[in-house]
Design a protein around this ligand. Sequence first.
Ligand code: KG4
Ligand code: ZN
Length: 339
Amino acid sequence: MPKDVLILGIESSCDETAAAVVKNGREVLSNIISSQIDIHTLYGGVVPEIASRKHIERINYVIEEALANAGVILNDVDAISVTYGPGLAGALLVGVNTAKAIAYAVRKPLTGVHHIEGHIAANYIEHPGLKPPFLCLVVSGGHTHLVQVKGYNNFEIIGCTHDDAAGEAFDKVARAIGLGYPGGPAIDRLAKSGNPYAIAFPRAKVEGHEYDFSFSGLKSAVLNYLNSCEMKDVEINNADIAASFQQAVIDVLVTRAVNAARKTGDNCIAVAGGVAANSALRASMEENCHKNGIKLYYPSPVYCTDNAAMIAVQGYYNYISGKRSGLDLNAVPNLRLGI
Ligand code: KG4
Ligand code: ZN
């Protein structure tokens, strides 16, 4: 029987300080997330300086708790994995430097993980049968990508956003209708009591790029709608706006993902990133994938938004394929996928 491989994962790319221990790339032994949302919400969005400071204050406690909950000590761990990009420079540096210090102190291998590869890998946690190749719709606060996952370490981007990411659009529209930060979960909740077809918001296509996305026009359409209601003194129904906006985003995401799978021949789609937690997106993906004979996977909400278990899972696949980082590993805020 091969020896179990334990990976300590560390994530600090945005506003969650997180650490986790994962066994053999699939079994989560602990998953600690210290969210800073309560602080950033006061400012209507993430303040990078504050995020870095809070990571520094919390990271050691979060790691200690992750090890304790898993019932292991640092010496039991086979490798340390850490998000090194993309993300906020100062925030990433806290995780990267902590991981390097631990790797050096306990003489363990270090492997830097791409944050989006981590989001994709979150799907392996609860779906033991899921293996590449598959198509992944990555929808987070900073990214909207259609990715062909050809292997655990082999990714090809076939579609991306030309402007706002899907999560960013949720956050901006939520702010415009007074729902605060983060907007996605608030819109998800409010939309349940609204009519998704009350207002005809645009479903943008990107000419010549059939798998690409654009959400800035949709965001402007919502703002224009709000302005025109105010000018005409028409009553604003926030639930209808939330539901109609959400439906416009979902229609575009689902159509592009399903069309891409049909054309590339992928019979399996995984959804990843914070917006993958959206209940209406999940329902619409279920319906459309079922209609087209495509298998669908998505993580539980806790593994959709930022966490370190997903970083440890991808770290495991990096580790067993021999991918190692040196102690000169640096934060790369605009790191591209597949490098
Ligand atoms: O993946 P994530 O935690 O961080 C990034 O890597 O960006 O994604 C955060 C984004 C935010 O924009 C948040 O509003 C959105 O995911 N989000 C949601 C939901 N939960 C989180 N968007 C729509 N519906 C949700 N239920
Ligand atoms: Zn993320």
